[in-house]
Ligand binder design. Structure first.
Ligand SMILES: NC(=O)c1ccc[n+]([C@@H]2O[C@H](COP(=O)([O-])OP(=O)(O)OC[C@H]3O[C@@H](n4cnc5c(N)ncnc54)[C@H](OP(=O)(O)O)[C@@H]3O)[C@@H](O)[C@H]2O)c1
Length: 331
């Protein structure tokens, strides 16, 4: 069934996007949507998916805010983008997701700026931990990949609301993963005190939380005209993925050349193709009636998301848990 809101050419174009479509191609097609927009992307190190998404947005957007924990790496990414796109308007923002004071300081900095934020892409994720690790009593991936972005997003919500208008709905994109299938959010035992922790279930729980975060944001922020989506970028050999390669080989999930050997591992794609879904979730107007959805290969894919990651009752409970852990309430 064709979407009657858009010309047929647009419907066909979006439907043709697949695992080879690059962020450059999606951004070029959506350049009129990206034009004049201010976009904040976290985790933008070179070689990573966030850095690639920031680079393509910088071609057409008004301002790209590069968020990350290391100033040298932020400067490196900014210099690389500037070398390719001299007109790029970039700003860096120190944000360490393992430190809630750092998240609060970053939010205060964003709130001191006058520009509205049209799109926030919560892309950063901490390296997975083989051993169960707690920070201030909470498992580090759950805390850094979900609780910290939850805090950051809510603290800068005023800047995001300021971008809403009759013609434009701001968007919050949370980067999940197909690894969400490895674990639901364990609302009663997010620290795996039952001894069942391994790096895959720990990562999986945090990515399930990211997907549920979009479900809940979509519900709560619809009244402000704000949309939210989660994405699975697909598998790509970024620094984070390369760090896991020996373990994946050991488990027989991939071969030495990085080819998937198990149905639980996605076929690897290029960095450009991995970042493409970030851009589609952030700007594709044809999905505006599907806020809260999960995207893969630039398409909304209800069939690929596990029930435990999309249940609105669970997303409400997760919101309450994040508030309890932070000792703060948000609207
Ligand atoms: N690559 C894949 O196959 C794949 C598959 C599914 C989902 N994903 C998701 O895609 C997103 C990007 O992953 P990627 O593969 O591009 O990973 P990556 O190469 O490891 O990039 C992760 C980014 O997060 C940053 N980061 C790490 N710890 C941080 C902290 N404490 N505070 C702030 N930033 C921090 C990293 O900065 P540093 O450089 O300073 O460490 C880096 O910029 C993640 O959410 C990941 O879960 C990736």
């Amino acid at each position: 069934m064709l979407n009657s809101n858009f010309p047929i050419s647009r419907t066909i174009m979006v439907a043709s996007w697949n695992n080879k479509t690059t962020a450059d191609e999606v951004a070029e097609y959506l350049s009129s949507e990206i034009k004049d927009k201010n976009v904040l992307v976290t985790g933008v190190s070179l070689g990573g998916i966030g850095g690639e998404a920031a680079r393509v947005v910088a071609k057409y957007g008004n301002l790209v805010i590069l968020g990350g924990r290391n100033q040298e790496k932020l400067d490196e990414t900014a210099a690389s983008i500037k070398a390719e796109i001299p007109t790029a308007n970039l700003r860096t923002l120190i944000l360490d997701l393992t430190s809630l004071p750092s998240v609060e300081a970053a939010a205060a900095t964003v709130n001191s700026w006058t520009e509205p934020i049209h799109v926030l892409i919560n892309n950063a994720a901490v390296p997975t931990r083989k051993e169960l690790t707690l920070i201030e009593g909470v498992e580090v991936q759950f805390r850094s990949n979900f609780v910290a972005p939850f805090l950051f997003t809510n603290l800068i919500l005023g800047r995001i609301k300021a971008a809403a208008s009759a013609d434009f709905s701001p968007r919050i994109v949370n980067v999940g993963s197909s690894a969400h299938r490895f674990s639901p959010v364990r609302l009663e035992d997010y620290n795996f005190t039952d001894g069942s922790y391994n790096q895959f279930v720990g990562y999986g729980q945090s990515k399930t939380a990211d997907i549920l975060f979009s479900v809940e944001l979509a519900k709560r922020l619809a009244k402000y005209g704000i949309l939210s989506y989660s994405v699975h970028p697909g598998a790509a050999w970024t620094p984070g993925a390369l760090a896991m390669k020996p373990e994946l080989i050991k488990l027989g999930l991939i071969d030495e050349d990085g080819n998937a050997l198990s149905a639980s591992v996605d076929e690897f794609k290029s960095l450009g193709a991995a970042a493409a879904t970030h851009i589609a979730a952030a700007f594709d107007p044809s999905i505006k009636d599907q806020s809260g959805s999960y995207l893969f290969d630039c398409q909304v894919r209800k069939d690929l998301v596990a029930p435990h990651a999309i249940d609105p009752e669970i997303s409400a409970k997760l919101w309450a848990l994040a508030e309890k852990l932070l000792g703060k309430n948000f609207e």
